[in-house]
Write a protein that binds this ligand. Structure first.
Ligand SMILES: *[C@@H]1O[C@H](CO)[C@@H](O)[C@H](O)[C@H]1NC(C)=O
Ligand SMILES: *[C@@H]1O[C@H](CO)[C@@H](O)[C@H](O)[C@H]1NC(C)=O
Ligand SMILES: [Zn+2]
Length: 448
């Protein structure tokens, strides 16, 4: 503010200086005449140039006709997208940076990770800034155990809870390492305040209830550590719910949620931890949608009607959310080429097709972005890394999406759903609902 005042004198100073208040007549009249003539010529030239630009901008080279000050509404979709992202930056539902730090040659050594420089995959600070990112969920993912090793009832000792804690540790240390860029966030108030401070709101998401070690108490402690969502499954079935797996035709185990899975949702609703249905089987998704008191998310899933893979959300499920059904939810579109299009055909346009399909079936208020960057080996043409989100927003702008609709897609819809879950949590706590103490029925280590 003070800099601006110092640099740009206000017009009244000019008037006093040149047009002669009683106390400012040191300059000879000759000088005044010369200045007037020069200003006249310059003004005429400027007006002429503007008129030419306005009338002939379509015949100008692309880089010239995108000048933002030509015309009222920006004509060029990229300029429009950047304008929208200025006020409504991207909040991405799923980014896998912590697993890159685990297995990408860093061995969890955060000191060795330089996010100010070009990172090997899709995410670093310069590219996050270029992509107009205002927040993302850091996936604190660890994989499913080998089914042979963990046993049919998931009871064999594994290190998944330890490994999840290590992933949370890596994410938190990285967030702390760059305090001018990242701000830890666990709720919508935190997210909004991070964005208004010009920071990247950093939330944690656990990618699969297999990471809970069969225990709802573990969920409570993850929440205490700052976790905002838990995906009910990864690619394996677990004690709580069935997964859609990777290939079509994965045989179900519980036919959706297990009894413990319903209890898990009760506790997530009470705590305000978002229920994430990416990776789940259709039956799990349908039952969870029907049962959860809080709105749910798909942190990184696309539309099955556009590309038929089990990881994508079918119309049967999309039609259960949105304006028609009265159930709030947001499906955050995954960019992974194998979920977007047949091999070699994924582009920013085909990703936009998924966004538009979800919008068509569920409504534009029910779609978001969950790129899966750093968790995928290949990327769509035109969406190569986190610097490229504006290309997707520009593509949708050129297809007629309004700035309000796009601000919903970039983050507003997620914030509304998250606020809905926070409201449900407050209400449940106000009614005195108790923590869930159900133990996994197959456990024998605690008599019950
Ligand atoms: C972690 O990385 C830093 C910076 O590269 C290095 O100095 C340090 O030795 C590393 N620590 C371990 C345990 O590898
Ligand atoms: C939805 O929930 C109701 C009870 O709340 C239950 O009767 C019904 O079977 C459920 N439907 C599905 C598809 O899960
Ligand atoms: Zn995933």
């Amino acid at each position: 503010m003070s800099e601006r005042t110092a640099l740009i004198p206000d017009s009244s100073e000019h008037t006093n200086g040149y047009d002669g208040g009683a106390n400012t007549t040191n300059q000879p009249p000759f000088n005044i005449t010369v200045r007037s003539v020069i200003w006249g010529i310059l003004t005429t030239l400027t007006v002429a140039a503007l008129v030419l630009l306005l009338f002939f901008q379509d015949s100008l080279p692309d880089n010239v006709k995108t000048l933002p000050w030509v015309g009222g509404e920006p004509k060029d979709s990229m300029i429009a997208a950047l304008g929208i992202l200025e006020k409504a930056p991207i909040i991405d539902g799923h980014i896998d940076l912590p697993i890159l730090v685990r297995y990408g040659g860093y061995a969890n050594n955060v000191s060795a990770v330089d996010l100010d420089s070009r990172m090997p995959a899709h995410v670093d600070i310069p590219r996050l800034r270029e992509g107009r990112v205002g927040g993302f969920f850091w996936s604190v993912y660890v994989g499913c155990a080998d089914p042979d090793a963990e046993g049919a009832d998931f009871l064999e000792a594994t290190w998944r809870v330890r490994d999840t804690l290590e992933q949370i540790d890596v994410a938190k240390l990285l967030i702390e390492k760059y305090p001018n860029t990242f701000q830890f966030a666990q709720n919508t108030k935190d997210i909004r305040s991070a964005i208004s401070d010009g920071k990247i709101a950093s939330m944690l998401g656990v990618e699969g209830a297999h990471q809970l070690g069969n225990s709802i108490a573990t969920l409570r402690q993850y929440q205490a550590l700052g976790v905002s969502y838990v995906t009910l499954t990864h690619t394996c079935h677990n004690a709580f719910a069935d997964s859609c797996g990777l290939a079509p035709g994965k045989a179900p185990l519980h036919n959706g949620l297990s009894p413990l899975g319903f209890s898990l949702i009760d506790e997530m609703n009470r705590l305000g931890v978002l229920v994430d249905l990416s990776h789940t089987s259709d039956a799990t998704a349908i039952q969870a949608l029907n049962y959860s008191k809080a709105p749910v998310i798909w942190s990184h899933s696309s539309a099955r009607a556009i590309h038929d893979v089990p990881r994508n959300v079918p119309d049967e499920v999309l039609s259960l959310i949105g304006t028609e059904s009265g159930r709030d939810a947001v499906v955050m579109v995954n960019f992974a080429p194998y979920f977007v299009a047949p091999e070699g055909l994924a582009t920013v346009k085909t990703v936009a097709d998924h966004v538009e399909h979800i919008a068509k079936v569920a409504g534009k208020e029910h779609v978001g972005i969950g790129s899966d960057f750093d968790g995928i080996e290949i990327v769509p043409a035109g969406l190569e890394d986190v610097s490229k989100y504006p290309a997707l927003i520009a593509e949708l702008h050129s297809r007629g999406w309004s700035k309000y609709e796009l601000a919903g897609l970039t983050g507003g819809n997620l914030l509304r759903v998250f606020e809905g879950a926070e409201r449900v949590s407050r209400e449940l706590k106000a009614t005195g609902v108790q923590p869930v103490y159900d133990l996994y029925s197959k456990r024998t280590d605690i008599p019950h």
